[in-house]
Every structure is written in C-alpha cells, then in structure tokens.
Ligand binder design. Structure first.
Ligand SMILES: [Zn+2]
Ligand SMILES: [Zn+2]
Length: 426
C-alpha cells in the first residue's frame, strides 16, 4: 500500500480488517502538523529500562531458559527493533551481574545495532545497589551518549554510593552533558529501594521514571499503585494481588515540591530481554508470571532517529512517560517545549496542549505546582487547546505538566515546564 498525505493539520489512524477472521486493528495516531516547535521534531518511542533475567549468564548457560525470551544482546536488539518496532532501546542489565566480557558484548552489540534513521541503541546499565537493610539510595539506569564508556558498578568499592558514582561521572564525562542517571520506582517501599532525594544529583539526574510495571510514582493514591513483596507475601502469589506498598515522601511530586527539576520517562523494566514486556522470570525455579502492571514506554521529541539527537533530547527533558501505549502528547509555553525553564518578566502569553489518543480520552489535566489546574473531561480521541491566562510565578518557579488518562485506563505524562520570575532569579 502506497500513499502520500497532503492535508496539513490532520490526525490520521489506519484501520485494517482481515476479511477471513474479521480481526481488526487500529494504528497509533499520526499527526501532519502545519507547524511544530523547533521546526522538525518528531515523537520517537523507546524503552530505556530492559534486562535479561537477573543474571544474563544464568540464561545463557541453561538451555531451559533459552525459551524465555532473548538471551543474547543480538536477540534483545532484534526483538526491540523488528518485533515491537521501537525507535530506540537501551539494554540496561544489572551492574552486579555483568562480567567484563559481558560488558564488552553489550558495548559491541550497541554499536552494531545503532543504525541512524533506522534504529537507535544507547549504551547503558542499571546501577542497582540493592543489598542489606540500609539500601536507602535507590536504583538508577545509567545511559551514555557515547558507545565506549565504562561500567561503573555499584558492586565495587569506590563506586557503591551515589556520591562516588557521580564524582566518577564528573571525571569521565567528556562534554558535561553525555551521561544520564535515571532513578526508577522512586516511591518503592519494598527492600527500601526508594529514591533518596538527598542522593539526587541534578547534574546527571535530569529525568526520572514515572511509570514501569512496578506502577506509577507520580503521587500517592493514583490508579497504578506500586506494589511489592513484604514480610507476608510469597513469590507464589500473583503480584497483582499484592497491596500497595509505597514510600511517603518519595513520589515525583515530592521532588518537584523540593525544587528539583527533572523530566518524566516510562520504562518496561522487562526481565526477560523483551523491551516493553512485563513478564517476570527473574527468579528460579523458572516461573513465568507478570509484574504488578503492564510495562511502560518513553516518547522523545527529537530531530532525527539518531543516537546523538535522541540523547540530546533526553538531556533536554523533551520526554513523555506512558503506561506502554503511544499516546501523542505535545505541550509548550510560548513556543518553549516540555523540559524547558522559561524566565519571564511578564506573564507568559500562551500554553498549547495537543493530545491524540490510542483510545478515547477520559481526562486531560494540566497540573500546576502539583495541583490539577485545568481539567478537560471526555474530549473524545483528540484534545487540542490553548490557555492564555497564565500567572506570574508565585514563588521561585511554577511548574506545569500534562497528565492524560484514556477510557481504557492507559496514561501518559509530559515532562514539566518551569516558569521563573526573572526579577527574582539571582
Ligand atoms: Zn532496579
Ligand atoms: Zn531494573
């Protein structure tokens, strides 16, 4: 099927039906803009949080485990590129499980599968300090702009605290904007692996994972509660039946309230090598079950499907997190995109919100300083609006972001935009 879209400012979805079975499918929304900020940014989709089992070597050495999803770096990237059709992916195996040879394989695989305009790979790993009752410093996915960077493990003396890790990053960074550390499940109470705000380093921690199959960490009391094993639960019980188990004060809104500035991404935290999968087979004996919720995904507004462009946009916080669906979400204030800080002497003139759902939309909310500020109920599949009565910021800076909920329960979050009073910034 060939065709060319000539109409501007229209949203298209393609519906296909198999004549024999009657099975129907509907594509994600595609918008042909008459105007886009920055001229040529597009929304690309990927997964920055993807593991092969807890220990990749266990899977490779046990033939029984080969049937449970990709085991090699090649299989991981081929699945992400050819099966789930992602634009970018980072394989972020746990640092403590990786040998020197396995890290080299990950570096080589990331280089081999990184093909500009076809598929972007990002070299990364998870710094997952996880042992002992005093963990209290959280898990992070480290994502590099360059493909030849070293593994700095949480397992090693000298890099087993966030402070030591970031000091090493300051030494090995070439440009000052080529290493990202993305904390995940910040409000997860189980095993005390929540995010400790005192360990946050704004230089590298410019993004946080709002959603993965553990649940959402936006704020307390939301639909996708974080759950985890506690003293009373067993591996045999399905995760879905666990009670919420969340750490008060460790949600993203708590960090925003403290003045931290970070964008939002979504991740799968796949443990079977399949990006965007939520199958849980990390623990032996082999058991295939699902995590709490289904896997999340990240959307990035970038100029090109190319590693440097994708990384730059992540660095600039031009990202959205979703519950795993490709909801089209764009948001700007006076033509400044999500992730930006705008310094003003007079109130901003215009906020623009554009949402195209993968299902009918239940609610589109502009959140201001953690409060639902502007709410649009049941707008249908598309929701496009302008707001022109913005105020001067009240305190240091006001922050705005957009939260989308569809009728099928799927959600998306934009990264925030901060508005500073230029007269009060010193
Ligand atoms: Zn983790
Ligand atoms: Zn993880």
């Amino acid at each position: 099927m060939r065709g060319r879209v000539t109409e501007k400012d229209k949203v298209f979805r393609v519906r296909a039906r198999d004549r024999e079975t009657g099975i129907e499918a509907l594509s994600n929304p595609a918008w042909t803009p008459a105007y886009m900020y920055g001229g040529d940014h597009k929304l690309f989709w990927g997964d920055l949080h993807c593991h092969r089992l807890e220990k990749p070597s266990a899977k490779r050495n046990d033939p029984l485990l080969w049937s449970y999803g990709p085991a090699t770096v090649d299989e991981v990237y081929r699945f992400a590129r050819d099966v789930v059709h992602l634009d970018f992916t980072a394989l972020t195996d746990h640092d403590y499980a990786l040998s020197t040879d396995e890290w080299r394989e990950i570096q080589e695989g990331a280089e081999f599968y990184n093909q500009p305009e076809r598929f972007v790979t990002l070299l990364g790993y998870e710094w997952s300090w996880n042992r002992g009752p005093d963990a209290d410093c959280g898990h992070r996915n480290v994502i590099f702009r360059h493909g030849d960077m070293p593994l700095i493990s949480s397992n090693w003396k000298g890099s087993n605290t966030p402070q030591d890790l970031f000091n090493i990053f300051r030494r090995i960074s070439r440009t000052g904007c080529d290493i990202l550390s993305i904390p995940h499940h910040p409000a997860r109470l189980g095993n005390r692996i929540w995010h400790n705000w005192e360990s946050m380093d704004p230089e590298f921690e410019r993004l946080m994972e709002v959603y993965s199959h553990w649940g959402s960490s936006e704020h307390e009391g939301e639909p996708y509660a974080l759950k985890a094993r506690n003293e009373r639960t067993q591996w045999e019980e399905p995760y879905a039946e666990y009670p919420p188990y969340e750490a008060t004060g460790h949600f993203l809104q708590d960090g925003l309230r403290q003045g931290f500035r970070f964008g939002f991404v979504g991740g799968s935290e796949s443990h079977d090598g399949r990006a965007t999968s939520s199958v849980q087979i990390a623990h032996l004996p082999i058991k295939s079950t699902t995590f709490n919720h289904h896997a999340g995904m990240t959307g990035v507004w970038a100029r090109r499907r190319e590693r440097d462009a994708v990384f730059s946009s992540l660095w600039q916080r031009r990202a959205i997190g979703t519950t795993g669906v490709r909801i089209y979400l764009d948001f700007d204030v006076d033509n400044q995109p999500m992730g930006e800080t705008i310094s003003v002497q007079t109130p901003p003139k215009q906020m623009r919100v554009r949402v195209h759902g993968t299902a009918p939309l239940a609610k589109v909310v502009v959140v201001r300083n953690n409060r639902d500020w502007h709410v649009v109920e049941t707008p249908g599949w598309e929701c496009v609006f302008l707001l022109d009565e913005l105020d001067m910021p009240q305190d240091q800076a006001d922050w705005y972001y957009v939260r989308v909920t569809q009728e099928d329960g799927e959600m998306a979050w934009s990264s925030p935009i901060w508005i500073e009073d230029a007269r009060r910034v010193f």
